[in-house]
Design a protein around this ligand. Structure first.
Ligand code: ADP
Length: 184
């Protein structure tokens, strides 16, 4: 199967929906026969970037390492789904330039919605002052200026968000039709 590698970079606040959307996109792509890998920020911080904290310097280093692995996979034809808050615009642009085949997905829900969801209970702890440098509360988040895809997860269903991502991949030429024919 001829598959073009690409990195799909999901950025957004904690609780915006990055993990949920990447998992659903992964399932769809695998069912279509594509080779996919997920680099999830929470998991990567337990191995590849273990020991890094949440200062700007450490956050940027976290993103550079994820970007490095993503670049290797991408050039070998993998569809890489990166799910990481990645709050700083400049380092996102840096990895975009390095990787080349790069699709930025802004997973966007207002802070109030993310906080209300509080999937991992972290906002509550951040508000209580138990977690420092928490993105959106006590640390900045710089939204993408011109993302290829924006998923407004407070306004659309998960299925709609997933469909948007897949449509963008198709439009940008990353889903060759012969691959789909192979598994149809
Ligand atoms: P993140 O990985 O960005 O921290 P999660 O995916 O862990 O966020 O959590 C997002 C939460 O929002 C989940 O509980 C999910 O069910 C919910 N949600 C509601 N609508 C959507 C949507 N359209 N897309 C993704 N998640 C959604």
């Amino acid at each position: 199967m001829q598959q073009r590698g690409v990195t799909l970079w999901f950025t957004g606040l904690s609780g915006a929906g990055k993990t949920t959307i990447t998992r659903a996109v992964e399932a769809k792509l695998r069912a279509m026969g594509y080779g996919v890998e997920i680099l999830d920020g929470d998991i990567v911080r337990e191995n590849l970037t273990k020991g890094l904290g949440f200062s700007k310097e450490d956050r940027d280093e976290n993103i550079r390492r994820i970007g490095f692995v993503s670049q290797l996979l991408t050039r070998h034809g993998v569809i890489v789904l990166v799910s990481a808050i990645s709050p700083y615009r400049a380092v996102r642009e840096e990895v975009r330039q390095k990787i080349g085949n790069f699709v930025e997905v802004f997973v966007n829900a207002p802070l109030a919605v993310c906080e209300e969801r509080d999937v991992k209970g972290l906002y509550k702890r951040a508000r209580a002052g138990e977690i420092a440098n928490f993105t959106g509360i006590s640390d900045p988040y710089e939204p993408p200026v011109n993302p290829e895809v924006e998923c407004r997860t407070d306004l659309e269903t998960l299925d709609e968000s997933v469909a948007k991502v897949l449509a963008a991949l198709e439009e940008l030429g990353y889903l060759p039709s012969n691959a789909k024919a192979t598994v149809a």
